[in-house]
Every structure is written in C-alpha cells, then in structure tokens.
Design a protein around this ligand. Sequence first.
Ligand code: CA
Length: 229
Amino acid sequence: MERILVVEDEASLREGLLEALAGAGYEARGAKDGHQAEELLARESWALCILDIKLPDMSGFELCRRLRESSSLPVLFLTAFSDEANTVKGLELGGDDYVAKPFRLKELLSRVRALLRRAGSCGAPGEAFESGELSMDLKSRRMERGGKELFLTHKEGQMAWMLMNAWPYVVSREELIRCIWDKDGQYIEDNTVRVHASRLREKLGTYEGQPYFTAARGVGYRWNVPVKK
Ligand code: CA
C-alpha cells in the first residue's frame, strides 16, 4: 500500500484528507507542522508528501527545499495563494505539482494518482493510455496511432506520457524541464521545450480537427483529448 504524508496544520482539513486518501486505498498519516513532518520523513518511508504552504513553524517551501537536499520524494503543494508567482516558486523549489485551496477531493485524488504513476514503474506491460486514435503502452512508452507505431524520441515519449498522465490538467513548463531534461542539472535553452512540443504535436497529428495538446499560455501544456487510463 502506498504511504502518503499529509502536512497540514488545520486539523479539520488534515483529517478530511486522511480519510479521503484512506478511502482511496492509500495508507495516509498526518503531520501538524514542519518539525513533525521532518521527523516522519526522516524516520519512515513514503511514496508522496502533500504539503501545505502555510505552516505554523516554517513554510512548506522551506520544508520542500530542505527535503530536496536528500530526497526526490514527490511533493504536492496545497496552496491558498492561487497567484502564479507563488506556484512557480513552489515548483522551482522542487515541488512536483500543486492544488489551490479550496479544491475538490476528486481533483486532489486525481493529482495524487498522476504523481504516483509518474514516480513509479508506470504500470504493467500491456497497460496503456488510450486517447482519440492514440494508444501508449505504459511500460515501453511506445505510441501507436490507429495500430501503427509512431516513432517518438525518448524525450518526446516522456513528454507525451506526462501530458496524458496529467490530463485534464496542465503540466507546467518547469515540471517538464525537471522531469525530462534537468536530471543531471543540464542547461536548457529557453525555446527547447517549445521546439520539442511542436515536433511532438506534428508527429501526433490531429483528432477531429484539433491538436492533441496545446500550450497553456505562460504556464505549460495541456492534453485536450480525453484519456482512458
Ligand atoms: Ca496552513
């Protein structure tokens, strides 16, 4: 069972999240502040951390920054600030995704599943994402259109997988860079993501006259065609 740590000082919200996560089949535990969270993070093993930004003893950003010195554990921020500056700051500090308060539990659970899939081994052979005429095998990340293989580069395959995995939500540019390029601290030219995205879009073609994914201006990219997972 995948273990999720919920760091949230507001007791009613924390309990609600723990209950919802347990109901969805996860083993969830709560921490009420940054110090308790750091203790639990150091002592036990986790698959994901849901991290509130405003904690009584330190900010969630600070906790994430400290965690990133020794761990690549997926972090999902809960943010009451819906403004882009804070979101971008969180993602730059190594957060993997964020959900703005107030959120619906269904949305939060969908983000949690997407992050865990991304962090994990990505499913058993034979499991696939289906979207429009496309099908992507989760294990090999090979993509087919109408039964014919599309030859994607490794990076294009990763990008397509991340966008389908996150559907119907946006994947930020920072997240794409960190997961596809930045593993070795490689320097990325400003237009690298755009160039790869437009090549990928060309290879995928259109579905009912629309591209499979489009740019979400200033943020990243969003897959448009429903994905059966
Ligand atoms: Ca709080």
